[in-house]
Design a protein around this ligand. Sequence first.
Ligand SMILES: Nc1ncnc2c1ncn2[C@@H]1O[C@H](COP(=O)(O)OP(=O)(O)OP(=O)(O)O)[C@@H](O)[C@H]1O
Ligand SMILES: [Mg+2]
Length: 278
Amino acid sequence: MMESTLNANYTLQRKGGVRLWSDTIRLDERLTRIIRSLDNPCGDDLQILKQGLRRCVLRITRNHVTPPGLIVKAFPLQKIESRLKYKRYGLSEALNYIHAAQLNLPTPEFHGYFQYHSLGTVKANGVLIQDMKDYQTLHDLAQQSPQEKLPILSLSIPVIQQLFQAGANHIDTTAHNLMISPSREKTVVIDWQYCSFHQPEQVDQLTLQAAQFLRYTDMTETGTPDWTVWLKELYNQCRPDVDWQIFRQNVSGLQSRQRASAKSRLSLKVSMPCNEAQ
Ligand SMILES: Nc1ncnc2c1ncn2[C@@H]1O[C@H](COP(=O)(O)OP(=O)(O)OP(=O)(O)O)[C@@H](O)[C@H]1O
Ligand SMILES: [Mg+2]
């Protein structure tokens, strides 16, 4: 699934070096200007949600584009090497959003993919997605209500279960990348740059996703009883084809080890601390 997927499924618009594949968003002057100046985003219709050297997340608040409320997640590609490997950045995020939607996974709605071409290379690319306005990350919600931390972090379990059942190996399933509605009834997964798709119900995928989630909470197996409660609940919901003790030891072992590379996690080629045959 590459650019041909976009060409086959979305209308391509071009303006001032910007290409936008979208059926819902019009590439007007304002949007073109925003995409051309991602290095230094400004305007009273823009809210900067995150700005780093490699990524920037903007909210267009008073846009002339439809639908109202749009998030621009962009990858300003500074280095020549990243420009040549632009597919790994915004394009990968776009294709994974499309694939996730086809699998009916809960995500913000995907509205389009853009590339800004300059001097023969891709200077920036990224996705346009639905603004989950009143949603909050599970991380922020748990910080806000520390006394409810376990029930809040447990809201991730049905979503991780859906990823497991769909074989969607999103490798950054942390509380920062799960956003929850005010009623706490709906959760969406964001940040799809790194994901691979496999046969459903891969035990190693679930083990890695559980370890990734727990790594970025302050829960550890030996330090917090909540760790076991959370993991047991995940195990009981998902029913992976592995013994509980093996699953528990592998998650705990992975969490305490240095994190494996993105490449090995994407290919599910991470050696597990505890081998069932032992
Ligand atoms: N669709 C959205 N609606 C509302 N807010 C969003 C949306 N997408 C992202 N955000 C906000 O922007 C933040 C960063 O987004 P995202 O995780 O996609 O970027 P990132 O650079 O890959 O993040 P990180 O490296 O910090 O995980 C999110 O934590 C969230 O607060
Ligand atoms: Mg993120």
